[in-house]
Design a protein around this ligand. Structure first.
Ligand SMILES: Nc1ncnc2c1ncn2[C@@H]1O[C@H](COP(=O)(O)OP(=O)(O)OP(=O)(O)O)[C@@H](O)[C@H]1O
Length: 219
């Protein structure tokens, strides 16, 4: 499946945030979006998802224009920057609600086993972020949008999550944005830099320096 996002123009209060955006993402390839704070990455993901309405947009799936908001098609799941799980659910109930296997999760992350009956305010911020990201990755949809999945995670969990993302991307369209650029560069097949209201296709790390996203002395 190929997702094409084209011709997006978004303004807030008369200020143009995105203009003439083109992005292509496909099953089997991980698409990463990098960009400075405030460059418009979250806005773009929200436009694709359908919760932000720009002045113009054209979204196509396998060349067919999508006329509904994408989230209404049942094809897409979105990890927002904020926590989305309802407070009253424990983890067992949350995995049940999202139809994701707790046993599969425990196989990957055995240290979470004792947390089965805990609610979101009884686990750490990083643990919660990992669980919420994992749930989104395993929801039975074809398109996954992840806004800063690595934020708040310790290095070992980031590595584990990267392995899972690489597995998942084989059967889903996966678009992610994060400030952990080394991790994004490590696993993404296609990288876009969100800059000057537009997306620039990036083919190597040096380009990120040239575009002023990374400092000159970056490792
Ligand atoms: N609801 C809104 N009303 C007005 N301006 C907004 C709104 N949401 C975002 N903006 C502005 O739009 C610009 C893009 O914001 P966005 O959240 O998309 O950036 P971002 O690249 O995701 O940033 P970050 O990396 O900090 O999360 C910013 O200048 C922001 O202040």
């Amino acid at each position: 499946m190929i997702l094409k996002v084209d011709n997006i123009e978004l303004s807030y209060d008369g200020r143009i945030i995105l203009d003439g955006i083109y992005l292509q993402a496909e099953t089997g390839k991980l698409t990463g979006i990098l960009g400075r704070n405030g460059s418009g990455k979250t806005s773009l993901l929200s436009i694709i998802y359908g919760t932000v309405s720009p002045k113009y947009k054209l979204i196509r799936l396998d060349e067919k224009p999508v006329t509904k908001k994408l989230y209404k098609t049942g094809l897409v799941a979105y990890l927002p920057q904020f926590s989305y799980l309802p407070k009253h659910l424990n983890l067992k109930q949350a995995f049940y609600l999202y139809d994701v296997s707790w046993e599969g999760f425990i196989k990957e992350f055995p240290s979470f086993k004792p947390l089965l009956k805990n609610k979101k305010d009884e686990i750490s911020g990083g643990e919660l972020r990992l669980i919420e990201t994992y749930l989104i990755l395993y929801i039975k949809v074809k398109i996954i949008l992840l806004d800063e999945p690595f934020s708040g995670l310790s290095p070992l969990y980031i590595e584990k999550l990267k392995t899972i993302i690489l597995k998942i991307k084989k059967e889903k369209i996966l678009i992610l944005t994060d400030h952990f650029y080394n991790d994004v560069l490590d696993i993404a097949d296609t990288i876009y830099l969100c800059k000057d209201r537009n997306l620039k296709l990036i083919d190597n790390k040096e380009k990120l320096v040239e575009h002023g996203y990374l400092p000159l002395n970056v490792k």
